[in-house]
Design a protein around this ligand. Structure first.
Ligand SMILES: [Zn+2]
Length: 315
C-alpha cells in the first residue's frame, strides 16, 4: 500500500510540474517576455523598510469621542500593523511606541534652519510656498511644538532609510453617521498616489464610506515635506460607532492591518489588482457621466475633510 501511494504522489507531482511548465511556456509565448517571473517568485515586501507613524501622542491627543483619544487608536492599530508587516517580511520603523508627542525630538533653532532651507528650495524651484512655512522661515512665527513633533517623525523615517511612510489617523465628523476609510496622498508625488490607491483598494472594501473618491490629494506638513512616498491613512471615523468598535476590536485591527499590508504588497509588487484599480480610476463613469458620483459627493467630501483639517492643526 505504501509503495503504491508513493507512486501516485510522484506521478501527480510530475504532472503538476509538466502542467506548470506548459502554462509558463504559453505565458512566455503570449507576452514575449519573462518579465512576470520576478513578480511570481519574490516577496514584494522583502528588504523594504516601512515607516509606520501612529498619529498624535502625548499632550496631542488628536480627535476624541468621550474619553477615547485618537492617539490611542492610532498607536494600537500601528502596532498591529507593524506585526503583520514584519510577519510578511518587511522591516518596520514605528515613529513612536508609547504615549509620547515627540515634541522634543528636535530643537526650535534646528527646525527654523530646516524651514529656511526648504523655503529657499521652494522659491528656487518656483513652487507655491505654504504661508506657515514662509512665516517660520522668515522668523515671523516660532514653530509650534506639534510641528517639531511632526518633523521628528520625518527624521526617524529618514534615519532608517524608509522606503515609504504611512501616517495612521482617524477621522471625525459632527454627524455620527459619517464613516469609512480614506487615504490622503502627496500632490507632487505620483508614487504617493499609487500607494494611496493600492491601500484603498483593500481598505476601502473593508471600511466603506461616503467619501468618494476615497483617495485624496492634500498638503499637510507630513505630505508636503516628506521626501519619500507618504500617505495619511484615515482608517475610520472615531465619531461613528461601527468604525470605532471595528478599529478597537482585535479582529477589526487585524483585518485593517492585513488590508494595508496587501496594499503595500501590490504597490511594491506592481500587482495586477493595482494595475486594474489604476485603470478603473482613470476611466470615466459610463453610466452617470461627468456629473456622476464624483460631482454628487464633492460637497459631502469637502465637509468631511474641512473638519479633518480643523482637527489636525496643520503647521
Ligand atoms: Zn489625526
Amino acid at each position: 500500500m505504501a509503495r503504491r501511494a508513493l507512486v501516485i504522489v510522484i506521478l501527480t507531482r510530475r504532472q503538476c510540474v509538466l502542467g506548470l511548465l506548459l502554462v509558463l511556456t504559453i505565458i512566455v509565448l503570449a507576452t514575449g517576455s519573462f518579465a512576470f517571473l520576478p513578480v511570481m517568485g519574490t516577496n514584494p515586501l522583502a528588504g523594504k523598510v516601512i515607516a509606520v507613524d501612529p498619529g498624535h501622542g502625548g499632550i496631542d491627543g488628536g480627535s476624541s469621542h468621550g474619553n477615547l483619544r485618537e492617539k490611542s487608536i492610532t498607536l494600537y492599530l500601528s502596532q498591529v500593523l507593524a506585526r503583520e508587516l514584519q510577519s510578511q517580511g518587511a522591516t518596520v520603523v514605528l515613529t513612536r511606541e508609547s504615549d509620547t508627542d515627540l515634541f522634543d525630538g528636535i530643537s526650535v533653532e534646528r527646525e527654523i534652519a530646516i524651514s529656511k532651507e526648504e523655503y529657499l528650495q521652494d522659491r528656487q524651484a518656483g513652487r507655491k510656498t505654504h504661508p506657515l512655512d514662509r512665516a517660520v522661515a522668515q522668523g515671523t512665527r516660532i514653530p509650534p511644538p506639534y510641528r517639531l513633533g511632526l518633523r521628528t517623525r520625518l527624521i526617524i523615517a529618514s534615519q532608517h532609510q524608509a522606503d515609504v511612510f504611512l501616517s495612521i489617523h482617524t477621522n471625525k465628523y459632527r454627524s455620527s453617521s459619517a464613516r469609512g476609510s480614506a487615504t490622503l496622498y502627496q500632490t507632487h508625488s505620483p508614487a504617493s498616489k499609487r500607494l494611496a490607491l493600492a491601500i484603498q483598494a483593500h481598505l476601502g472594501t473593508l471600511l466603506p464610506g461616503r467619501a468618494q473618491p476615497d483617495v485624496i490629494p492634500d498638503d499637510f506638513f507630513l505630505l508636503r515635506r516628506s521626501p519619500i512616498p507618504t500617505v495619511i491613512i484615515e482608517v475610520g471615523f472615531i465619531s461613528n460607532a461601527r468604525d470605532r468598535e471595528f478599529m478597537l476590536s482585535p479582529k477589526g485591527a487585524e483585518a485593517i492591518a492585513k488590508a494595508i499590508t496587501k496594499g503595500l504588497k501590490d504597490y511594491f509588487g506592481n500587482g495586477l489588482r493595482q494595475k486594474l484599480s489604476l485603470l478603473l480610476s482613470s476611466l470615466p463613469n459610463p453610466v452617470l457621466g461627468t456629473n456622476g458620483p464624483q460631482g454628487l459627493h464633492a460637497d459631502n467630501r469637502s465637509q468631511l475633510f474641512d473638519l479633518f483639517h480643523a482637527l489636525h492643526h496643520d503647521v
